[in-house]
Design a protein around this ligand. Structure first.
Ligand code: HEM
Length: 320
């Protein structure tokens, strides 16, 4: 009995692994080469134009892809507006009043629709736009496999569960990423995404007024623009060079200058926890770039729909 049970379990595991392999095998770097040959250049030009208009948009587009993939896989569910049968992810705590770049995605989508109707998925747009944003701000390039299909539903509560909050401690950061198959060194390198962009006062107020593991001059300067009451949306830079994709984020952590509580959790300064990874990336930009690129490629493969699964949305904010 025990052995027939294990045969069944083994068979199920083989089938499940096979399905996962088949799904990812259908992604390919050349997916649009004949169906929409200009797809990649259309996305790249639009991203470059958006970043030229506002540098921070590169950061916003990177975050959008991360928030898409960590919730229900890279299926563009994050782009779905509330519908009669579901409340969308945009209303979830990590996204509400905070997600940016939806208009840029819409612009890209309409340019693609004009060039090749209903061919390029919104999920692929997010993946490519994230990579092009990183490159536009001086970060590493990496191949983005294509052929993701768009999902047809979203679950707001799932976004609250799957996306980390800025109040998260190290243990829970590790767990949140482990649930998606990332180890703690990958969690640290992906957090290096905070080398660009900004956060709102409401997300770092308790850190600059109440925490002790913070550089005092850094905290004092931030208090000027983030008062104890009001100014919730006032911005603070996530690292000392928010317009450049570089490894300053890690050096800042070593100086107690992490903006978010969750960021500073990555570096305790006593050699415990993930200190060694932070030190490594702070002193080795090439290693940060190559590990970040590899981890982003892995993010882009999370829970993808391929083949005849899902659909290619005509409008990224609603199901066809
Ligand atoms: C480790 C857990 C993470 C937490 C707790 C976290 C949390 C946050 C928070 C609270 C903000 C500011 C939002 C606002 O104030 O409106 C933010 C911004 C940002 N996050 Fe994360 N994040 C995490 C991981 C990541 C990852 C893995 C990436 C990408 C690889 C990323 C990319 C970004 C970017 C680029 C911004 C700036 C966006 C902008 O300026 O529009 N984050 N994050």
């Amino acid at each position: 009995m025990a052995s027939s049970c294990s045969v069944v379990v083994t068979a199920i595991v083989v089938v499940v692994l096979g399905m996962a392999a088949a799904a990812s095998a259908q992604l390919s770097a050349t997916f649009y080469d004949s169906s929409c040959p200009r797809a990649l250049s259309i996305i790249r030009s639009a991203v470059n134009a958006a970043v030229a208009r506002e540098t921070r948009m590169g950061a916003s587009l990177l975050r959008l892809h991360f928030h898409d993939c960590f919730v229900q896989g890279c299926d563009a569910s994050v782009l779905l507006a509330d519908a009669p049968n579901f409340s969308g992810e945009q209303g979830a705590f990590p996204n509400a009043n905070s997600l940016r770049g939806l208009d840029v995605v819409d612009t890209i989508k309409s340019q693609l629709e004009a060039s090749c109707r209903q061919t390029v998925s919104c999920a692929d747009i997010l993946a490519v736009a994230a990579r092009d944003s990183v490159v536009a701000l001086g970060g590493p390039s990496y191949p983005v496999l294509l052929g993701r299909r768009d999902g047809t539903t979203a679950v707001q509560m799932q976004a609250n569960i799957d996306l980390p909050a800025p109040t998260t401690n190290l243990g829970n950061l590790v767990t949140t990423f482990a649930r998606r198959g990332f180890n703690s060194s990958e969690m640290v390198v992906l957090s290096g995404g905070h080398t660009i962009g900004a956060a709102q006062c409401t997300n770092f107020r308790s850190r600059i007024y109440g925490e002790t593991n913070i550089d005092s001059a850094f905290a004092a300067a931030l208090r000027g623009s983030c008062p104890q009451a009001g100014g919730n949306a006032n911005l603070g830079a996530l690292d000392s060079t928010p317009n450049a994709f570089d490894n300053a984020f890690f050096r800042d952590l070593m100086l107690g200058r992490g903006l978010l509580h969750s960021d500073q959790q990555l570096y305790a300064g006593d050699g415990t926890g993930t200190d060694a990874f932070v030190r490594n990336y702070a002193s080795n930009s090439a290693q940060f770039f190559s590990d970040f690129a590899a981890a982003m490629a892995k993010v882009g493969g999370l829970g993808v729909l391929t083949g005849s699964q899902g659909q290619v949305r005509l409008n990224c904010s609603r199901v066809n």
